[in-house]
Design a protein around this ligand. Structure first.
Ligand code: SF4
Ligand code: SF4
Length: 266
């Protein structure tokens, strides 16, 4: 099938300035921050475990496990701690969904270079300069003006990027040979999959999250409960057959590839 795809005159070229790895805190869009302040400290099944000013980017549980291994290999203390979790009143387990690194500059950054660049780094490492992709369903319509973080290498590309949504997505699909566009779409797919899975587990009564607990009491109970990572929990209760297969499908960006191809073939 011949696709009517805009060929960008220029493509994104990261100049490896290291600035996106130097400030992990405070990179959050204003709307996300407002939502977290209002809802994420106990009003939803998934609860924020850290003060908002400490938050850096999220690591999915399997990514945090890899980072914990790699920090030993490169002799770094990455200060990896849980950042969002569910207190399950059925099993009395504290289920950890994401982790974070308790540092503003990434602990793996050395002389402006990533000391684990050769590995399958976390999605948030591989999606920048995107903050989000164009298919994520939120109250805010995605535009070329709200999808990117601060990155000097975007300056030559922005004037070339179409404003119209369809043309913009076609442009994005060609303009990021580093894979960041596909990674941003996959990251959003995983976020949506996590939310859908939590709702499905509740509907099937396989999960009974503590909601609307006084926040300090929630934290104390969470701290004192047996900890389990979300994907381990899903395998333990038989919700998924194989955690390894699930993670491999994420690693291969299968959802993102399908969504992007479906869009381009319309
Ligand atoms: S993505 Fe942008 S901010 Fe990050 S290292 Fe590359 S050029 Fe610098
Ligand atoms: S792990 Fe590497 S790429 Fe990821 S934030 Fe740290 S220095 Fe940057």
């Amino acid at each position: 099938m011949k696709l009517n795809v805009i060929q960008p005159e220029k493509t994104f070229q990261c100049n490896q300035c290291g600035s996106c790895c130097s400030h992990l805190r405070g990179m959050m869009p204003r709307e996300d921050r407002e939502f977290i302040e209002k809802m994420a400290y106990g009003k939803l099944p998934l609860v924020q475990l850290t003060p908002i000013e400490k938050m850096s980017f999220p690591l999915w549980d399997w990514e945090a496990k890899r980072f914990m291994k790699w920090q030993k290999e490169v002799n770094v203390d990455a200060k990896i701690n849980p950042s969002r979790g569910i207190l399950d009143l059925n099993s009395n387990k504290a289920i950890i969904v994401t982790y974070y690194m308790d540092s503003d500059a990434c602990p793996f950054l050395r002389e402006k270079k990533c000391s684990i660049y050769h590995t399958k780094r976390a999605y948030v490492c591989r999606l920048f300069p995107f903050n989000r992709g164009p298919f994520l369903k939120t109250s805010q319509e995605p535009t070329k003006h709200n999808m990117f973080g601060t990155c000097g290498a975007m300056d030559p590309l922005m004037p070339l990027m179409p404003e119209k949504y369809d043309d913009m997505v076609k442009f994005l699909s060609k303009a990021f040979p580093d894979g960041s566009f596909e990674n941003a779409v996959q990251f959003d797919c995983i976020t949506e999959w996590i939310n859908r899975t939590i709702i499905d587990l509740m509907r099937k009564k396989m999960l009974r999250p503590a909601i609307n607990y006084p926040y300090e009491l929630f934290l104390k109970r969470f701290e004192n409960s047996e900890k389990v990572d979300f994907t381990d929990f899903l395998e333990d209760i038989g919700y998924i057959e194989s955690k390894e297969e699930l993670i491999k499908s994420f690693d291969d960006n299968q959802d993102a590839i399908n969504i992007i191809n479906q869009f381009l073939e319309q």
